[in-house]
Design a protein around this ligand. Structure first.
Ligand code: ZN
Ligand code: ZN
Length: 653
């Protein structure tokens, strides 16, 4: 997942999650990786000419981007940490009104500078970089002037992530890191005082989240203090360390009890629901498929119905083989659910779980070659390993790639070993990630999903795309990869495999329905649980977790289905356009060659036509842009620095 500098996504609910938030990883990232596939498409004479003309303009954008990033890391030392830059480790900006005004002015100034470049004169690679940069800055302006999350989400004020990173990342000798922490500690009381002054009307849900997470903050601060006392720092420095840690702990404690008092006095009364206007604005900036949230929601409803109709037929087909002795229920959902339940009993044993994953990856790779779907890089295989303990508890598996400033590091596929769970927990996980779903998980996370997409993106490395890449394209590709494999006959085309695939795809579809339902339509908890458990066959634990995530986040849950359906639409458009010349492998490779750009932008580069009218709803439209900049200038209260920014979200579905 890309770094999200502007919009916090606080799904961390306990220490493990918090720690994992602090690691720059997952998809954002450069790896020095040579791919053995031939060039994806050959340039026409026209293109070649355009390329040389573009060179000069490209260079000025490249220069400006680097200048911007340097300035950005100075402005936002915590975001810099998540990107792998530690120069500002000693500084903790105080998130007060003045700081917010400074950040807003910064975004506006840079936006104006990037506006001066003519996208038409840039090469495709740099044109997408420019669009992503501008979109990022617009998102920042939107954050300060429209969403104003700093005033209603107390959980964004948390110093733990950065402290944890500085303590546990070996970017410099330990004494040096500890001295940075000592300086940083001094700012903590002012940080939480500014937090209190910034919060106007919080939601109860985010207030509860902040209270729950404060236990993790205390734990991190205590770890820091322990490390300092055990270090080679001087006696005087150690004494100072203790004093500042005590003051910091007290500040956290005061902040937390203040939040408790808000809850007790029912002052945390803002609705967690974004509402239609804000939802659509955020959707346009983050998703960027060219459709509105509402249009995407309508498509998801249709897709859900189609999927259930198909699953109904699959369940009928499988019934005699698995359920012969049982009475077949009339009701569609119950019938499908019973078959899924029965099939879920076929799964790996806990001790073989990681091994199973490891064995599948070369098979998936070979499949892509045999079926002529995608060229792959056999020279640098993905390394499967047991999930490090500090990352456990968030998801069963994830791709951990090095940050953009650490291209020499390896890319790992972390898989939770399940051996540290109780037998009941392990069994529940194994049923969820059963024989069939485990294959789909590997397809999604690794090949041809996230890992493969990353390898392709790095063929033409772009710091900008690795930092600000489009999440909907990234998730959409992984979800599309599942369908690509199924269409090519993976899993022998059995009804079992198709039924399980459908269940998994239904999850992406229902994420969108849930997100829109919760934030725009006032969906209640009961309705949400009914959607997830009855229509999407999720367990109660899973459904409860998703309901919670939908309350605490917005729009991100819609990225899977929105990106997926945009990619399918583009593929069909391209197929029609090229008729018998259409080649699936070439489509895939060309699609991926542009890096993590929004799908309509890829469409423009691929099909070579201006992107209308699909792009009309995008965040870049000049009207919305002008309105944002105008509202930014008028805003009476310039808005907040994003505290300890979340940067990387753990990979979930
Ligand atoms: Zn079992
Ligand atoms: Zn994913």
């Amino acid at each position: 997942m890309a770094l999200h500098f502007a919009i916090l996504f606080p799904i961390a609910t306990h220490m493990k999650k918090l720690t994992s938030l602090a690691k720059p990883r997952l998809l954002a990232l450069l790896i020095a990786c040579a791919i053995t596939v031939p060039p994806v498409y050959s340039a026409s004479a026209n293109e070649t000419m355009h390329r040389s003309m573009a060179a000069a303009q490209d260079q000025s954008l490249e220069k400006l981007s680097l200048e911007f990033l340097q300035a950005l890391w100075r402005m936002q030392p915590d975001n810099a940490l998540y990107a792998g830059r530690y120069e500002g480790a000693a500084q903790l900006p105080v998130p007060d009104e003045k700081e917010r005004a400074r950040q807003l002015a910064f975004s506006q100034t840079w936006l104006a500078r990037f506006e001066k470049l003519d996208p038409a004169k840039l090469s495709p690679k740099l044109r997408t970089d420019l669009a992503l940069l501008k979109n990022q800055l617009l998102s920042d302006v939107w954050y300060y002037t429209r969403s104003k999350e700093f005033a209603w989400n107390p959980s964004i004020y948390n110093v733990a992530g950065a402290f944890d990173m500085i303590l546990n990342t070996e970017y410099a000798p330990k004494p040096q890191r500890l001295r940075s922490l000592l300086q940083r500690l001094q700012q903590v009381p002012a940080f939480y005082a500014a937090a209190r002054a910034s919060i106007v009307q919080p939601t109860a849900e985010h207030t509860q989240l902040a209270i729950a997470q404060s236990a993790g903050t205390v734990q991190v601060l205590q770890e820091v203090e322990k490390a300092a006392q055990a270090s080679q720092l001087s006696v005087a420095q150690k004494t100072l360390f203790s004093r500042r840690t005590q003051a910091a702990l007290q500040a956290v404690e005061e902040y937390t009890s203040w939040l408790r008092s808000l809850l007790a006095r029912e002052q945390a009364s803002r609705s967690f629901r974004l509402g239609k206007t804000m939802y659509e604005e955020k959707f346009a900036l983050q998703i960027q498929t060219g459709l509105t949230g509402e249009q995407t929601y309508q498509r998801a409803l249709q897709a859900k119905e189609q999927m259930l109709t198909r699953m109904d037929a699959l369940a009928d087909q499988l019934w005699p083989k698995y359920m012969a002795e049982q009475v077949k229920p009339q009701e569609r959902s119950r019938k499908i659910g019973m078959v899924i339940d029965k099939l879920s009993a076929k799964h790996a044993q806990p001790e073989n779980f990681v091994k199973e994953v490891r064995q599948q990856l070369p098979q998936l790779q070979q499949w892509l070659l045999d079926k002529n779907l995608l060229g792959t890089d056999a020279s640098k295989p993905l390394e499967v390993r047991e999930m490090p303990s500090y990352l456990r508890g968030v998801s069963v598996a994830n791709i951990e790639a090095p940050g953009p400033y650490r291209p020499q590091d390896r890319t790992y596929y972390n898989v939770s070993p399940l051996t540290d769970m109780t037998p009941q927990q392990a069994e529940s996980h194994l049923r969820e990630y059963n024989h069939w779903i485990l294959q789909i998980l590997n397809i999604h996370e690794a090949i041809p999903g996230h890992y493969t997409q990353l390898v392709y993106a790095n063929k033409s490395p772009s710091l900008i795309k690795s930092l600000f890449g489009n999440g909907s394209m990234i998730e959409g590709w992984a979800v599309y990869g599942e369908l690509m494999m199924m269409e090519s006959g993976w899993g022998d085309n059995t009804p079992e495999m198709w039924l399980m695939y459908s269940k998994w795809n239904l999850r992406a579809i229902c994420n969108t329905i849930l997100d829109y339902g919760v934030h725009v339509q006032g969906m209640t908890r009961e309705q949400a649980l009914q959607l997830l458990m009855q229509d999407a066959f999720q367990s109660e634990t899973e459904a409860n977790g998703k309901w919670r995530r939908a309350q605490l986040s917005s729009v991100q849950l819609a990225s899977y289905f929105s990106g997926f359906s945009a990619i399918i639409a583009l593929r069909e458009e391209r197929r029609q356009q090229l008729a018998e010349k259409f080649d699936l492998k070439q489509f895939h490779e060309q699609f991926l060659s542009y890096g993590s750009a929004p799908v309509p932008m890829i469409r423009e580069l691929m099909i070579g036509q201006p992107v209308m009218p699909m792009m009309q709803n995008m965040g870049h439209t000049s009207n919305q842009h002008k309105a944002l900049v105008k509202s930014a200038k008028k805003a009476e209260k310039p808005t907040a620095a994003r505290a300890a920014a979340s940067a990387v979200t753990p990979h979930q579905h």
